[in-house]
Design a protein around this ligand. Structure first.
Ligand SMILES: [Fe+2]
Ligand SMILES: [Fe+2]
Length: 500
């Protein structure tokens, strides 16, 4: 369905979350078959008049067979559409979970469209003055397109808008004005949902979509049916746009909890220090917490420099080292004023403890339901890089063939997204610059450049979409912030006089 690349990606994710690929596949298969059965029943109950009947003993079963056949045809259309795009469009890498989410959303919209049209036609007060066809302007596609853009990405939301428009227009007897309105309103909603860090912004997106929907509905109604229903069309179009914000806000938490997505709104909630995991990090490993906050600031600056997602960078950075919880004393940022526990340990054992913080972080992210975007960044933030600090200590062992250099590499995977790559760069740069004593700005710059070059030459950025221009811009942004942090304080006179 989604190509071997995506199958590998979902397989990796499954393995990371402790579920075997086979178990994950069987679960998805059961879920797909269950969903298909539910939709076949809904088609049968709601669209019985569409399907042919036949004479004879089994004639009564024909409408149900028709409903099953329609479900199969729709599933085939959706799998071909999203499958093709998933294989061929670079930014539409749909995992099985995304595919299932989009198909469910498209079918849900179809039944929502049918419910809107059927139920409103039943209301006598409306039935008299409003032509039934005008109810199609209330089909809530803008809200669903906004949800897809916020939870997945803009390319996928365009694909979803087209597929869902075709399906939902069927609920409005396949009329041209309905199809055109759905295509236009879905695109308008998705186009305005670029960055949605809070609920207010989501409501605002709906308000901005409303005039476009109203004008489109009025124009389409006038051009295809004359002036009779234009006012109602404009009103329904506007209401559709205005309601798209609240509907999207209602759908998103359900999608997040059922499919493991993390919207920017959810990320902002996770960034508060009232969050139990962050509180623990702050109380139990203050050095790691401080390091994570600084990495978050650097990563946010890096993301802003190249148009990546700054919210995801900042929040994922806060959690990137949660795997260190419970083993604080083994990590240098928590060792101020105490003896280094690694002095009494073999390099192999030290390395094992340090490397384990990635796996433990992924486990904790799953336990605390941080969502796949943060979990994947935790898994990728060291890529397959070498643990240089213990490598030198282990040189004699490597020479005597008691150990190999590969034992001192993180298990990966390498960063797959620009945000994961930015966090890898910010993390390494922060650690390197912190080890310098009151560095001059040129020294900070040189150190950051050295780190960026080392990571690039080590091949850690081979699997993400960062261009060389991006890499240069990210390195410069991180260097500027680190230089400001390193030289941001002016010494107070000892007496305290003169301090402002
Ligand atoms: Fe780390
Ligand atoms: Fe770190």
């Amino acid at each position: 369905m989604s190509g071997s690349k995506n199958a590998t990606r979902s397989g990796n994710r499954a393995a990371e979350n402790g579920v075997s690929p086979r178990g994950r596949y069987l679960r998805l298969l059961a879920l797909s078959l269950g969903s298909a059965a539910v939709f076949a029943v809904l088609f049968y109950l709601w669209g019985r008049e569409l399907f042919p009947r036949a004479a004879g003993r089994w004639g009564g079963a024909f409408p149900f067979v028709g409903a099953v056949a329609l479900t199969l045809a729709v599933a085939l259309f959706l799998s071909e559409w999203f499958g093709f795009a998933g294989r061929e469009v670079r930014k539409v890498r749909l995992a099985a979970r995304d595919f299932l989410f989009l198909c469910s959303l498209a079918l849900l919209l179809f039944f929502a469209a049918k419910a809107v049209i059927d139920l409103l036609a039943e209301i006598p007060a409306l039935g008299r003055g409003v032509p039934t066809r005008v109810y199609a302007y209330l089909i809530p596609l803008p809200a669903f397109a906004m949800v897809v853009r916020v939870l997945i990405n803009s390319e996928t939301s365009i694909l979803f808008t087209v597929a869902a428009s075709v399906l939902s227009a069927a609920a409005a007897s396949g009329s041209w004005p309905a199809l055109l309105f759905l295509l236009l309103s879905g695109t308008a909603g998705a186009a305005r949902a670029r960055r949605v860090p809070d609920r207010y912004r989501m409501l605002l997106v709906g308000v901005q979509t409303a005039p476009v929907c109203a004008v489109a509905a009025a124009a389409l109604e006038f051009s295809f049916h004359g002036g009779g229903g234009v006012l109602w069309a404009a009103i329904f179009g506007a209401v559709n746009g205005l309601l798209s914000g609240p509907i999207a806000l209602a759908v998103m938490p359900v999608a997040e909890s059922a499919f493991g997505y993390a919207s920017d709104i959810r990320l902002m909630e996770l960034s508060g220090t009232g969050n139990p995991l962050l509180s623990r990090l702050m109380m139990e490993t203050p050095g790691t917490f401080h390091h994570s906050v600084v990495v978050g600031t650097l990563a946010e600056a890096g993301a802003l420099a190249i148009g990546a997602n700054p919210v995801l960078c900042r929040v994922a950075a806060l959690y990137h080292d949660i795997g260190k919880l419970g083993k604080a004393q083994y990590f240098s940022e928590n060792q101020a004023g105490v003896a280094n526990v690694h002095d009494g340990m073999s390099p192999g054992l030290s390395c094992e403890v340090i490397l384990s913080h990635v796996k433990e972080g992924v486990r904790m992210a799953g336990e605390f339901r941080l969502g796949d975007r943060i979990t994947e960044i935790i898994a990728q933030h060291h890529g397959t890089s070498l643990l240089y600090c213990f490598l030198d200590k282990a040189r004699p062992m490597i020479r005597d063939r008691e150990a190999s250099e590969e034992m001192f590499r993180y298990p990966g995977p390498k960063p797959k997204t620009r945000e994961a790559a930015i966090i890898m760069l910010a993390d390494a740069a922060e650690a390197a610059v912190t080890s310098l004593d009151r560095p001059a700005p040129q020294e900070v710059d040189g150190t950051v450049n050295g780190i960026v070059n080392r990571i690039y030459l080590d091949g850690q950025l081979n699997e993400c979409d960062l261009t060389l221009r991006d890499l240069h811009a990210v390195g410069r942004a991180i260097g500027q912030v680190l230089a400001a942090i390193a030289h941001g304080r002016v010494d107070y006179p000892e007496s305290g006089k003169g301090a402002v």
